[in-house]
Design a protein around this ligand. Sequence first.
Ligand SMILES: NC(=O)C1=CN([C@@H]2O[C@H](COP(=O)(O)OP(=O)(O)OC[C@H]3O[C@@H](n4cnc5c(N)ncnc54)[C@H](O)[C@@H]3O)[C@@H](O)[C@H]2O)C=CC1
Ligand SMILES: Nc1nc(O)c(N)c(N[C@@H]2O[C@H](COP(=O)(O)O)[C@@H](O)[C@H]2O)n1
Length: 226
Amino acid sequence: MRPFVFVNIAMSADGKISTKERRQVKISGTEDFSRVDRIKAASDAIMVGIGTVLADNPSLTVKSPDLRAERRAGGKDEHPIRVVVDSAARTPLDADILHKGTGKRIIAVSRKAPRERVEALREHATVVVTGEDSVDLQALLEELYRQGVRRLMVEGGGTLIWGLFEQGLVDELQTFIGNIVIGGKDAPTPADGEGFLREADFARLRLIEAVQLDDGLLIRWSVENR
Ligand SMILES: NC(=O)C1=CN([C@@H]2O[C@H](COP(=O)(O)OP(=O)(O)OC[C@H]3O[C@@H](n4cnc5c(N)ncnc54)[C@H](O)[C@@H]3O)[C@@H](O)[C@H]2O)C=CC1
Ligand SMILES: Nc1nc(O)c(N)c(N[C@@H]2O[C@H](COP(=O)(O)O)[C@@H](O)[C@H]2O)n1
């Protein structure tokens, strides 16, 4: 068993999620940032790849005091469990994700992760070890389910999202398309990695809704062939 997995990503009108130097860009407007805060608060856990931690140093906390209070009233921690997919245990010990806000953190590493790094991370987070060279995503999701996670939000980046699509582990995709053009053939996109080579393997989506937010568009799809 695994959680319901939904990806939320903001991309520019030309399909980029940051600059080619992997510098974080404000793509969402006020309305979309509020929506992201709401879907985060409604999730049991939120997951990113180590590339995003190293590039953006996110905290992944719920920003609205009202939403945090609602979570507390429901007997939950103020913030969802924060999960980093980090094969080689490279999460910096002073990363905001380990220090900002209360609640549980999980760092998923592979068996090749250096033992001393893993021990250092254990001071701040629960460490889950799966996979030989890179984290076994299916096994990680099963472990999150065992730990009570039923609804998992994935915030990026493109490498992790590709890994999840490649293995048929995404149930829903929520893409906010913002009103900017970033450009650059090497700028990250919502699903990077190798890409599918055969049409038969493409992830097939069904449109749930398309809604205007600020000067952008939120599109929600369910994944049909997971
Ligand atoms: N616009 C947006 O909504 C968002 C944009 N970003 C941007 O994305 C960029 C970071 O993306 P990436 O460099 O692609 O890094 P990423 O965040 O996707 O992390 C990739 C890393 O995850 C690890 N990993 C371990 N096991 C894996 C597996 N089985 N499958 C896939 N990955 C695995 C690998 O070490 C890999 O290098 C940054 O520029 C950041 O600003 C990130 C999140 C949201
Ligand atoms: N939804 C959304 N819109 C944008 O315009 C963005 N740049 C991002 N980036 C993601 O948000 C993370 C930052 O989280 P905190 O504010 O530190 O909690 C960042 O790492 C990206 O994952 N998202």
